[in-house]
Design a protein around this ligand. Structure first.
Ligand SMILES: *Cc1c(COP(=O)(O)O)cnc(C)c1O
Length: 396
């Protein structure tokens, strides 16, 4: 079958919820992907910020294969070895207290919301608490996660969603204050908005949220699903700001390709929220995915992945800034570390993405007009040069 036939066959059985790009990928190596007709693509999308180690990173596959040979799944009714290691490493990297592993980012959000609601319930015995979320946020597609996602067209067809959610403007502390009531139990925000268009939080904003939450005993939830796991040059983006959440969510690059997420609680949240019987998952944190998480942390530490992001960021930013300076359609750049966006004007961002694909470069869009650059964290200067050269052509 050629690629066109494969795509046609896919559409016959797979529900059409994505307008997919016309390419079937077969394998990857390093920071490159190969389609089923053998064409090579430089990958600056990383499976939407998942494949932070690229493809077949030394030691990663072996760790997973070893675990397959030992044990794939038992149940959370029993202890297993990989979850013990993965949990300790996640708690250490985040300097938080307790982790709960999930199968996805969305489920991590669900757990975080439940923990915050339970914390408030334990405190005052009421069951009518409210959550403040941000406009243009993205937290996932389940009913709970969708309820705190600040894009109306994602939510509308599925109303009524979870009640008690109010929206404020990201980076606008006064708009958050205006939504606070005696019932507010949580404020949830990304530290760098991803799907919304690559908007980093302002320091004063996060500090202000922390202060409000401290004063009113509200749980501060940071969604680190996209911006976490080293992408900004820190394990978690909030560490760049020195503002700690009470609850944090992680996923995407947490397992660098296996379906795994987590919500992580500080001591205060862990002590007085979810208890046995309150929450559970069949697959979440099974030996297979936790072997991946554990190995990912080892690789990050031993191979200094985060230090590499810090070292390479100025070069990536410089190359992107040169493109912005040169091309009329590239209005501005914003971002942190290896999570960068270029605002495209005067032509659809999708056109640039498609042109790049045709020339063998994978980039994606975010929001309505932003070109999103979220490469594997292991890219080198040569990869950056090649990306910049292709983007330069695409912007002509
Ligand atoms: C991708 C994403 C999610 C949802 O994660 P899934 O694994 O797709 O469920 C939630 N929050 C943010 C910030 C994300 O980028």
């Amino acid at each position: 079958m050629n690629m066109n036939e494969q795509m046609k066959e896919s559409e016959e059985s797979i529900l059409h919820t994505y307008n997919r790009f016309p390419v079937v990928f077969e394998k990857g190596q390093g920071c490159y992907l190969y389609d089923s007709e053998g064409k090579e693509y430089l990958d600056f999308a990383a499976g939407i910020a998942v494949n932070s180690l690229g493809y077949h990173y030394p030691g990663y596959d072996e760790a997973l294969k070893d675990q397959i040979d030992k044990l794939m799944h038992i149940s959370n009714l029993y202890y297993n070895e990989p979850i013990i290691e993965a949990g300790a490493k996640l708690v250490k990297a985040s300097k938080m207290s307790k982790a709960f592993f999930t199968n996805s980012g969305t489920e991590a959000i669900e757990g975080a919301l439940k923990a915050a609601k339970k914390y408030a319930y334990v405190r005052d015995g009421h069951a009518d608490h409210e959550i403040i979320a941000m406009n243009h946020s993205f937290h996932g597609r389940s009913i709970g996660a969708l309820s705190v996602t600040g894009t109306a067209h994602y939510r509308e067809p599925f109303e009524p969603l979870m009640g008690g959610v109010k929206f404020a403007d990201f980076n606008d502390l006064e708009s958050v204050k205006a939504q606070i009531t005696d019932k507010t139990c949580a404020i949830i925000t990304e530290v760098v908005q991803g799907e919304g268009g690559i908007y980093p939080a302002k320091k004063e904003f996060l500090e202000g949220l922390r202060q409000i939450c401290d004063e009113k005993d509200i749980m501060l939830i940071f969604d680190e699903i996209q911006c976490g796991m080293g992408r900004t040059g820190h394990y978690f983006a909030w560490q760049a700001y020195g503002v700690q959440p009470d609850i944090m969510t992680s996923a995407k690059a947490l397992g660098c390709g296996v379906p795994v997420g987590a919500f992580v609680l500080n001591e205060k949240a862990a002590k007085a929220s979810l208890e046995p019987g309150d929450h559970g998952t069949t697959y979440g944190g099974n030996p297979f995915v936790c072997a991946a998480v554990s190995k990912v942390f080892d690789i990050y530490e031993n191979d200094k992945i985060i230090e590499h992001v810090q070292e390479m960021t100025p070069y990536l930013e410089q190359k992107l800034d040169e493109i912005v300076a040169k091309h009329e359609c590239a209005a501005t750049r914003r971002g942190m570390g290896f999570m960068q966006g270029i605002v495209i004007q005067g032509r659809p961002v999708g056109e640039v993405v498609k042109a790049a694909l045709a020339k063998g470069l994978l980039v994606i869009s975010a929001g309505s007009d932003v070109l999103r650059i979220v490469p594997p964290l292991v890219i080198t200067k040569e990869h950056i040069d090649k990306m910049a050269a292709i983007l330069d052509e695409c912007m002509e």
